[in-house]
Design a protein around this ligand. Structure first.
Ligand SMILES: [Zn+2]
Ligand SMILES: [Zn+2]
Length: 295
């Protein structure tokens, strides 16, 4: 928690307020979780592989590489057409549109574990993990994501995707169903519903919690390489689930650096992907680490 806040400003526990629930979000997240109960009844190996591939595409590439490292922190540059494609991929994770996601995350960095942090465990672990995003105005905070992401607001494509961020997920759902039916005609033991349940519901919920653990667990447990003015930590299992994002104290210590790993064992698969994109000309001006670890 930041040292400059007074006792009166100390974060209070926050709970869900029924009056300010964001109902479309609540219903969407509930349906996604309920859909996972169908998973054992619709298991097939091909659907499992599809779900794994989509976790990579939507979680690692869409959220971690694009929404976080590219759009929020500009840790590298990429051609505009490719940035637009990656942003559509990020939307398939159903974590809100690019302006909402990026703005909220920038505010998290500005107010990390302060009273104005949208998702700090100092307000309660469950709040930081999921409750915060179920509210219309996260605790009545004096900020808007659009203000914090004015650069994206100037781009009509980003504004369009921010409004209709659900559309790419619907396209993926249709493709999953059609793909599963097609695979069944080829003789695979599967179905359209199998690919739909695993490729949309299970995959979306997996990526939800992998992302949410960065906000909750990686501000609660783990070790620190940087003496930052917040509670951020490095946590290996969150790094594994979120393709490198769990080295979160390293990230708070040097926010623009494209690489989040500092020590040899801090594996950061997203950084490897950025380097590979660099090799084929799709990533340039990759921001290197400017601040060495304190400990
Ligand atoms: Zn960040
Ligand atoms: Zn953080």
């Amino acid at each position: 928690m930041s040292a400059h806040i007074t006792a009166a400003q100390r974060p209070q526990r926050r709970g869900l307020s029924v009056r300010s629930l964001d109902w479309p979000v609540v219903i969407g997240i509930t349906i996604a979780h309920l859909g996972c109960f169908l998973a054992p009844f619709y298991f097939s190996w091909s659907a499992f592989v599809v779900a794994g591939a989509l976790v990579w595409l939507t979680g690692a590439i869409g959220i971690t590489l694009c929404f976080h490292r590219l759009l929020t922190h500009r840790s590298f540059k990429t051609p505009k057409w490719f940035e637009y494609f990656l942003t559509a991929l990020g939307c398939t994770a159903c974590q809100g549109g690019p302006i909402q996601w990026v703005g909220t995350h920038r505010i998290h960095h500005k107010h990390s574990d302060d009273p104005n942090d949208p998702h700090s465990p100092t307000h309660g672990f469950a709040w930081s993990h999921v409750f915060w995003c179920l509210q219309k105005h996260q605790g009545g905070l004096p900020w808007t994501a659009a203000n914090a992401a004015r650069d994206l607001c100037r781009d009509p494509y980003m504004r369009l995707l921010n409004r209709f961020y659900i559309v790419p997920q619907i396209v993926v759902a249709v493709l999953c169903y059609v793909g599963g039916e097609w695979a069944a005609t080829l003789g695979l033991q599967t179905s359209g519903l199998s690919w739909l349940v695993w490729g949309v519901f299970v995959r979306t919920v997996f990526v939800y919690h992998a992302t949410w653990f960065v906000n909750s667990a990686s501000h609660t447990w783990g070790y620190r390489n940087y003496k930052t003015d917040d509670c951020s930590t490095n946590l290996w299992w969150v790094a594994l689930l979120s393709f490198g994002e769990g080295w979160h104290n390293n990230h708070h210590g040097d926010q623009r650096a494209a690489a989040h790993g500092r020590r040899w064992f801090e594996i950061d698969m997203t950084y490897w992907t950025i380097r590979m994109l660099g090799l084929v000309g799709l990533a340039r001006d990759i921001v290197s680490c400017k601040r060495p670890a304190d400990a």
